[in-house]
Design a protein around this ligand. Structure first.
Ligand SMILES: [Zn+2]
Length: 304
């Protein structure tokens, strides 16, 4: 069964100021890559519902975001997270796509799905926008898998170069979820140190700047993949950020296109052995367009 790609052109409508790295051209680059996959199925993303958001985000925060839209406001929610006329539609589709992927994979309509959407979500906390992120797409999807499908063990895997602090904050202590992240340290947002106190369902692993393919692969082989294997997840969710690539301007890791095929292959192997093959990925970071196109394609080829 081929990979299901879930996307929507309205995700291009979220437009931070000129010069911002999280720009619409990112999604166009990802789609240029994914369109090279032969035989992948495409579906239009559906918007997330308020009930689905209520599982992970605070009521006042969600009200505030909706009010900003109604007022036609254009403003910065934090130093680098912007809200404008097309933003609410885009964030609803980004979170909705991840839940749609969960539904399609758990209903048997697809074996694996990739939500090609923006803006990303893994820095957004329950009641705070942060780091380009407003809704926590992958945490919303994890809670949806538990609440709507009754899953008891969902693995949330984050290989974006930044720590998924928002996903961790929302999912920490959730007895139905295991959260695992590899990230560069030191780097924004500065959280996710393996030796700082954290919930028992959280696994963080760090790489120093200038680490490359060998260090990345060793970290996953030795520390994170065995944890997922032991957990025996019923579903693997992936925060798929491609900003650990050597070309990326926001970080200093040195991954190559092939490394994204490799991690995709490893995660598919785990999903096949432990989760009936069920895997849903959602786009997070990646800020060099050429690297993003090639890396997203390499990762998707492993899922296909
Ligand atoms: Zn990132």
């Amino acid at each position: 069964m081929s990979l299901l790609i879930i996307t929507h052109d309205d995700c291009l409508g979220h437009r931070p100021p000129d010069g911002h790295p999280e720009r619409p051209a990112r999604l166009e680059a990802v789609m240029r890559g994914l369109n090279q996959l032969s035989g992948a199925r495409m579906e239009s993303a559906r918007p997330i519902t308020r009930d689905e958001l209520d599982r992970t985000h605070g009521r006042h925060y969600l009200d505030k975001i909706e009010q900003l839209d109604e007022a036609g406001q254009q403003l910065a929610l934090d130093a680098d997270t912007h809200f404008g006329p097309g933003t609410l539609r885009a964030i609803k589709l980004a979170a909705g796509a991840a839940c749609q992927g969960v539904d399609q994979v758990l209903n048997g309509a697809a074996r694996r799905a990739f939500a090609a959407v923006r803006p990303p979500g893994h820095h957004a906390e329950s009641a705070r926008a942060m780091g380009f992120c407003i809704y926590s797409n992958i945490a919303v999807a994890a809670c949806h898998a538990v609440a709507a499908h009754g899953l008891q063990r969902v693995a949330v895997v984050d290989f974006d170069v930044h720590h998924g602090n928002g996903s961790e904050a929302i999912l920490a202590g959730n007895e139905n979820v295991l959260f695992l992240s590899s990230h560069q340290s030191p780097l924004y947002p500065g959280t996710g140190q393996p030796d700082t106190p954290h919930a028992s369902n959280v696994r963080n692993a760090v790489l120093p700047p200038a680490s490359g393919s060998n260090e990345f692969r060793d970290l996953w082989l030795e520390h994170l993949l065995p944890e997922i294997d032991r957990y025996r997840p019923q579903l693997v969710l992936v925060s798929a950020g491609f900003d650990a690539h050597w070309r990326d301007p926001l970080a200093q890791l040195q991954l190559k296109d092939d490394d994204y095929y490799w991690i995709g292959e490893r995660l598919v192997d785990l999903a096949e052995r432990r989760a009936d093959g069920r895997l849903v990925a959602s786009l997070e970071g990646g800020y060099d367009l050429k690297a993003l196109e090639a890396s997203a394609l390499a990762f998707a080829e492993a899922l296909h």
